[in-house]
Design a protein around this ligand. Structure first.
Ligand code: SF4
Length: 416
């Protein structure tokens, strides 16, 4: 079953039931949420909270924290009430730590079926979670699949991953617990995609997507985007996590960027677009884009900002951006919605871009276009005309035209 998407270009989303994690809803048509996980020692309450705040600031709607010992469980009692987003306790092996995390007040649990094996232990956790109204993620992982399933299937196949999840669902359902979301992660992208497709066809629980152990960027981001993005574009998936070997802030940013790029979430922060640069560029686009990104992010500018290497194509190609800058002749040409409003020395490009972006946010596009320097657009147009006049080679074009005509007439000896 599917349900309509607000954007007609997006596929219908798989219809899933809705669960609630603290004040965040997952599934049932709720916006796709972004998750990440802390890397601090959980027992270090201040360091963990600082990272939770950093992740929330970078776009995470939900943060997972390991609950790997008694001190971690005790720390969760202090972290959960001060966290800006719901916290999920990550549990492996020891079911008592799941019970302790529930007592500490976590609004969500993640259990790995491959690591907590005894049904009575799983059911004890589910009964406690049921009584407290706390949802559980069944987090199946291809790398830690139940040995029985490995023996049965010979490998971590999509069927094995889904059967592991279904077995766990059975245990939870046995105690009347149905507040479930599921993940079937693998580091192999085709396996992960196939497993989620199979799972999506067999239940209506909300799904948490991820490519596990994706590794460091950029490969980790590419693999995660391939797997998560493929499924999201099929309408599958209710919440996502990038598992990167990097500062987890990168995970949150990547996840947020993906859901915004796919049109599944409204843009909240900066969207920096930049041309890839080419032989026509009149500035080091990479350096300018990096400097602009850093300065604009620091100020939390919620605009689409373009950095373009030349004035020939820059303002036109980036006309959909709220604001941008294009280089040329040792100057930066600031444009708003494709209209050049100021020309500044190249050395001041980034500073001028940030200043104009702040004014744009405060005053709006119409006011800033009305305040444009009278000569800026003409100066840009003149430079563009000059660059075009000099980089066209009429002689080469004429030679190609002559060759094309003689080929059409059959003059070429090879066509004989
Ligand atoms: S905007 Fe200019 S410099 Fe950048 S890729 Fe396009 S033509 Fe090249």
């Amino acid at each position: 079953m599917t349900e309509a998407n607000a954007d007609p270009l997006l596929p219908p989303r798989r219809k899933s039931r809705r669960i609630r994690l603290g004040n965040v809803e997952i599934g049932g048509g709720a916006p796709v949420t972004v998750q990440s996980m802390t890397t601090t020692k959980t027992a270090d309450v201040d360091a963990t909270l600082a990272q939770v705040y950093a992740l929330a600031g970078a776009g995470a709607d939900i943060v997972r924290i390991t609950c790997n010992d008694e001190d971690a469980a005790a720390a969760l009692a202090h972290i959960v009430p001060r966290a800006p987003v719901p916290i999920v306790a990550d549990i492996h092996f020891q079911y008592r730590l799941a019970l302790a995390a529930l007592v500490a007040g976590v609004p969500g649990l993640r259990l790995n079926p491959g690591n907590i094996r005894k049904p009575e232990h799983i059911k004890a956790v589910a009964a406690e979670a049921r009584d407290r109204g706390v949802p559980i993620r069944i987090g199946v992982n291809a790398g830690s699949l139940d040995k029985d399933l490995m023996d049965k299937y010979g490998d971590a196949t999509p069927e094995a991953l889904v059967e592991s999840a279904e077995k766990e669902i059975g245990y939870l359902n046995d105690v009347g617990f149905d507040d479930i979301k599921i993940s079937v992660k693998a580091s192999n992208v085709p396996l992960m995609v196939a497993a989620y497709r199979l799972l999506a066809s067999r239940c209506d629980y909300p799904l948490h997507l991820g490519v596990t152990e994706a590794g460091p960027p950029p490969a980790g981001i590419v693999k995660s985007t391939a797997g998560i993005g493929t499924l999201l574009m099929e309408g599958i998936g209710d919440t996502i996590r990038y598992s990167l070997t990097a500062d987890p802030v990168e995970e949150a940013r990547a996840g947020r960027t993906l859901v915004e790029a796919l049109g599944l979430r409204e843009r909240e922060g900066l969207d920096l677009i930049a041309c890839p640069s080419c032989g026509r560029a009149e500035v080091n686009v990479i350096h300018v884009a990096e400097a602009a990104q850093e300065a604009l992010r620091e100020r939390d500018i919620p605009l689409q900002v373009a950095v373009m290497g030349c004035v020939v194509n820059g303002p036109g190609e980036a006309r959909s951006a709220d604001i941008g800058i294009a280089a040329g002749n040792g100057r930066g040409h600031l444009f708003i919605k494709g209209r050049v409003v100021r020309v500044v020395p190249e050395a001041d490009m980034v500073e001028a871009l940030v200043e104009e972006a702040e004014r744009l946010v405060a005053e709006g596009a119409d006011a800033r276009i009305a305040a444009a320097d009278a000569d800026a657009a003409d100066a840009a147009a003149e430079l563009r005309a000059d660059r075009l006049a000099h980089d066209v080679d009429p002689n080469a074009s004429q030679l190609r035209e002559d060759a094309a005509r003689s080929t059409a007439h059959g003059d070429d000896a090879t066509t004989g």
